[in-house]
Design a protein around this ligand. Structure first.
Ligand code: F6R
Length: 608
């Protein structure tokens, strides 16, 4: 969602701010702006729409001057996307400028109070309240004022503040929304996410809740709200700039699909030693594990779809009941969760508001939480009881691919780890799973090599109006993800159905030419799925079937087929998802959609 970048140094700030914002575009936004201190005046340029508008307005950053500045990409929450609601926001007399990620929950009360004191507001945003409060309480010391203002705010925030009166300073604050400080030579930076500053530095501090950073050109001081100095450790970011750039590919999504073998290999290799899964991150004893009578999985979107796969995987291998829950539903339904429930939270960004709050709800009820997260140091990673990182690297395209795949890999690792602890997986079976897990990257590479076939199928089918994805068991879990991938980037209406459920209503939607994508990888249920394929074909559907390569007979029942290599049942989604991602990608490309930044979507959903 929103993005923050800031610069203090000796160079002109605007070109860096614009390029930093460009690297945050993937998070999703609808307006952008920058503010620079130009010889004691705060000059703001902001615009509704994409960054090209802001670049045009600033002539690529050449008509706005100053060596200290802040920038922002906004994803509207309070107030429509517009020039005036875009950040940075200035205080009434233009003395202070603020960029903000997060939500100020009590902004209306604060705004009413300030209006009653004669303060004039320009925008409908919650953020402007912060700029106005700073001016209202300012008595000559910016840090003191900001500390006072923080005590008035309810909600979440990452803030960058500059002031006319302190021209050689940026103040940055974090509560709940992520913010990092980049360390340079005679210049320093702030950003909501690493890619924004990777062209300048890999050395960062991650601000924790209620920490305040005071950045000057040659120093950074971090204090708490009692003004006590905090000693922080410099972290070196492992991602390089290439990982956060397209590297010759037309879209991040395609690049990230192609990176899946490497991402899975890294994630798996980190956790297998001498043929055994090692998950030291999980600090549960076998006794604790045995005491659980339920596993509870919480996530949103594609991460939730990983949870649905995990339900099949864990129930089969561990013989424990598993509930996969949408985080946004779990939070509000008085869930039955206690210290006998193990909770697993899945999130690429580690910042998804609903997932984070659902996790806290589970913790409040006494449940131990293991988080599977991609972004190091994110809120969910920090606040869970144990965290396992997926080593997917930065995922920039809004539609997830490699994060989904590495999350699945972690689920298999956990199944093996817990299965061994509980004694529910025999030795031969365990060894076979390890072999299959280590073979996944090569099998995925094999699928990726035949992507022209998928491109061809997409060219035949991209005009479909409605698409139904059907499957049974683990293929049903996969159909949820296949359907979401297609609809979110190509805007084609699609639905995922358990194949056996079709005839209980949905089949009435099938008519001549309706595209049905039938997933029939699960060996034991192939005959059942074939019956469902026949049912829709006789009603006119065009069936594209995805099956394992040893089931060539599927060619006789479907009009088109895609074959994938064989693996053990529980790992089939890792292979089968790849053609579905490629299909969605090519369909969206043929339809001319904005693949990396689909309309209305944001990469990191930090609002409920
Ligand atoms: C879909 C997609 C989303 C995310 C969801 C959760 O392609 O990417 O559905 O999976 O918004 O995000 P994280 O994993 O960051 O919690």
């Amino acid at each position: 969602m929103c993005g923050i970048v800031g610069y203090i140094g000796y160079e002109q700030a605007a070109p860096f701010l614009l390029s930093g914002l460009e690297r945050l575009e993937y998070r999703g936004y609808d307006s952008a702006g920058i503010c620079l201190n130009d010889g004691g005046e705060l000059v703001v340029k902001k615009s509704k729409g994409k960054l090209v508008e802001l670049k045009a307005l600033t002539q690529n950053g050449t008509n706005i001057h100053g060596t200290v500045g802040i920038g922002h990409t906004r994803w509207a929450t309070h107030g429509e996307p517009s020039d005036v609601n875009a950040h940075p926001h200035l205080s009434d007399s233009c003395r202070f400028a603020v960029v903000h990620n997060g939500i100020i929950e009590n902004y209306l009360q604060l705004k009413e109070y300030l209006i009653s004191k004669g303060v004039k507001f320009r925008s409908q945003t919650d953020t402007e309240v912060i700029a106005q409060l700073i001016e209202y309480y300012y008595q000559g010391d910016l840090v003191d004022t900001i500390i006072k203002v923080l005590s008035k705010l309810d909600g979440s925030y990452a803030l960058g503040v500059i002031s006319k009166d302190a021209p050689d300073e940026i103040i940055a604050v974090r509560k709940e929304s992520p913010l990092i400080i980049g360390l340079g030579e005679n210049e320093n930076y702030i950003a909501s996410d690493v890619p924004a500053i990777l062209s300048k530095t890999r050395r960062i501090y991650r601000l924790q809740n209620n920490e305040i950073a005071i950045l000057k050109r040659d120093s950074i001081k971090i204090i708490n709200t009692d003004k006590e100095e905090i000693a922080k450790t410099v972290e070196t970011v492992e991602w390089d700039l290439d990982a956060a750039e397209k590297g010759g590919y037309e879209h991040f999504m395609f690049k990230e699909i192609m990176e899946q073998p490497k991402a899975i290999r890294q994630t798996v290799a980190r956790h297998i030693k001498n043929g055994r899964v090692v998950l030291d991150e999980i600090r549960l004893t076998p006794e604790q594990l045995k005491s659980y009578n339920k596993i509870n999985i919480l996530a949103c979107g594609s991460a939730y779809h990983v949870g649905v796969v995990a339900k099949y995987v864990f129930e089969k291998t561990l013989r424990i009941p598993v509930e996969a829950d949408l985080a946004s539903e779990f939070r509000y339904r008085d869930p039955i969760v206690d210290d006998k429930t193990l909770t697993i939270v899945i999130s690429q960004s580690g910042e998804t508001a609903d997932t984070k709050e659902a996790m806290k709800e589970a913790q409040r009820r006494g449940s131990h939480v293991i988080a599977i997260v991609n972004v190091v140091g994110s809120a969910i990673a920090e606040e869970s009881d144990d965290v396992i990182y997926t080593l997917a690297g930065p995922e920039i395209a809004v539609a997830t691919t490699k994060a989904y795949s590495t999350q699945l890999a972690v689920i298999y690792l956990m199944a093996l780890h817990f299965g061994e602890m509980l004694g529910t997986i025999g030795k031969a079976e365990y060894d076979n799973y390890i072999t299959e897990l280590e073979a996944l990257p090569d099998k995925i590479s094999q699928i990726l090599e035949s992507e022209e076939k998928i491109q061809y199928l997409a060219s035949k089918l991209f005009n479909s109006r409605d698409v139904f994805f059907i499957g049974r068991n683990i293929d049903y879990a996969l159909s949820l993800e296949g359907s979401l991938k297609l609809k979110e980037i190509s805007y084609i209406h699609s639905e995922a159905y358990a194949a056996g459920e079709l005839k209980h209503g949905t089949i009435s939607l099938i008519e001549d030419g309706t595209l049905v994508i039938a997933l029939a990888t699960h060996e034991a249920l192939i005959a059942k799925t074939v019956s469902n394929i026949e049912e829709v074909r006789t009603r006119g559907a065009y069936v594209l079937c995805l099956a394992c390569e040893d089931h060539q007979e599927i060619k006789n029942v479907a009009q088109s087929t895609i074959f994938i290599p064989k693996t053990c049942d529980m790992m089939l989604p890792s292979l089968a998802v790849v053609p579905l991602q490629l299909f969605a990608y090519y369909v969206a490309s043929l339809k001319g959609c904005d693949i990396d930044k689909p309309r209305n979507l944001a990469k990191s959903v930090t609002v409920e």
